[in-house]
Design a protein around this ligand. Structure first.
Ligand code: SF4
Length: 404
């Protein structure tokens, strides 16, 4: 059997991983599309700004992370490098509608997901260019594209690659990867495909409750009372819950709630300790936290904001952005919190359209969200895929109402 090639085996032909050196050429365009003057003013003012009776407190880490910066740079550079070729993205480049729409305006077409234009893989030719998004792509899709022979521009974030290397190692050593994440999230789909590529098994747990169920199976060596059917799509095909949990390695989707990932690893470690004892734990349990630095910094910055009392918190980011959702979850424990994907969600001072932090995935409209008494203090942050321009527009709308 051929040994599977690790992700960064550079024998892959037609693969561009470091951009085209066209940063200077695209700088002006990036500034025009994503820069916000008001954000710069607030940053220079110690992340605080007042307008009328509103005091705005901006988190000290917010918005575009290093991985998103790289992905967008590469996409713009690719457009410049190949002005006459068809360019495709395998999926959204990042989870932000503004950025995806802008790339589509630039003629970049998307193969899968909510923006798919109907093009199938059979229609991709060796003359085409295909971009892989920041959260990576499934290895089977990648294989197919390599076979076609098109030019591949890989914008996968280094922090995601780090997770892949970890789970590949688990698979090679016979450990099942237990991944804290959402099984349907593009990054986790790609991570699971790396486990399978190396002949390993995986089980994705979404939260502490699911991790608790896995712990029960480990400790009791039985699935009694547990509906394992709900894990069908979250585990490798034919996953055996008793045999597959004897040696486990923990990893997580890079954008999960850090405190929950740590708690899940602790819970599973304790279950393995109970089952195998301290002398054998190393043969049965491995753990490596793979939350990325940018996610951690943004979550820490929200906690720092919460040290001062806030009347409400606005969290700006795509509704399908995992890291934005978790920022919202943290803030909602402290004050009323509204997850909006842009200034359009601020319908009026009396009405806001938002994704609630504590419910199933849905968009709600809430009345009387903005306090009428003054002074009022509003906290603000944004997920790692949110352009400063979008955050700035939210602030400008608040300022407009306040000065009307
Ligand atoms: S959120 Fe983290 S893993 Fe995702 S692109 Fe940004 S730096 Fe990379």
């Amino acid at each position: 059997m051929n040994t599977p090639r690790p992700y960064d085996d550079d024998s892959r032909r037609n693969m561009v991983r470091h951009g085209f050196g066209l940063k200077a050429e695209i700088m002006g365009e990036l500034e025009a599309d994503y820069h916000s003057a008001i954000i710069e003013v607030i940053r220079e003012n110690g992340y605080r700004w007042s307008v009328g009776g509103l005091n705005l407190h901006l988190a000290k880490a917010f918005g575009f992370c290093y991985g998103v910066d790289k992905a967008i740079d590469f996409a713009y550079e690719t457009r410049h490098r190949f002005p006459d070729r068809r360019i495709f993205l395998t999926n959204e480049i990042i989870h932000n509608p503004r950025v995806n729409h802008r790339l589509m305006e630039m003629g970049i077409r998307i193969l899968v997901g909510q923006y798919a234009d109907g093009t199938t893989l059979d229609q991709i030719t060796p003359q085409d260019v295909v971009l892989l998004p920041a959260f990576g792509a499934d290895v089977h899709l990648l294989d197919r594209l390599r076979t076609i022979g098109c030019i591949l521009v890989d914008t996968t974030c280094g922090s995601v690659v780090h997770v892949w290397k970890r789970v590949e190692r688990y698979a090679q050593d016979g450990f099942t990867s237990i991944i804290h994440g959402k099984w349907s999230h593009e990054e986790t789909v790609a991570t699971c495909s790396h486990v399978s590529r190396f002949g390993g098994q995986y089980l994705v747990v979404r939260d502490l409750m699911e991790a608790g169920e896995v712990c029960r199976i480990i400790m009791e060596d039985s699935m009694a009372g547990i509906d394992t059917g709900k894990y069908d799509r979250a585990s490798s095909p034919g996953f055996d819950f008793t045999r597959g949990l004897k040696k486990i390695g923990i990893a997580n989707q890079t954008t999960m709630l850090s405190s929950e990932s740590v708690a899940i690893a602790g819970l599973l470690r304790q279950a393995m300790l109970n089952r195998y004892g301290p002398d054998r734990i190393e043969d049965h349990f491995r753990s490596f936290e793979t939350i990325c630095n940018a996610t951690q910094e943004r979550q820490d910055a929200v906690l720092e904001l919460m040290r001062a009392p806030l009347d409400l918190m606005l969290v700006v980011g795509g509704f399908n952005s995992s890291n934005t959702t978790h920022l919202c979850e943290i803030a909602a424990r402290h004050c009323p919190t509204y997850h909006v994907d842009g200034a359009e969600c601020l319908l009026s001072p009396g009405e806001i359209r938002h994704k609630p932090a504590d419910g199933p995935d849905r968009i709600a409209t809430t009345r009387d969200w903005l306090p009428t008494r003054r002074p009022a203090t509003i906290g603000l942050t944004a997920g790692a895929s949110t352009p400063n321009r979008v955050i700035g527009e939210v602030i400008e709308k608040l300022a407009l109402w306040e000065s009307a």
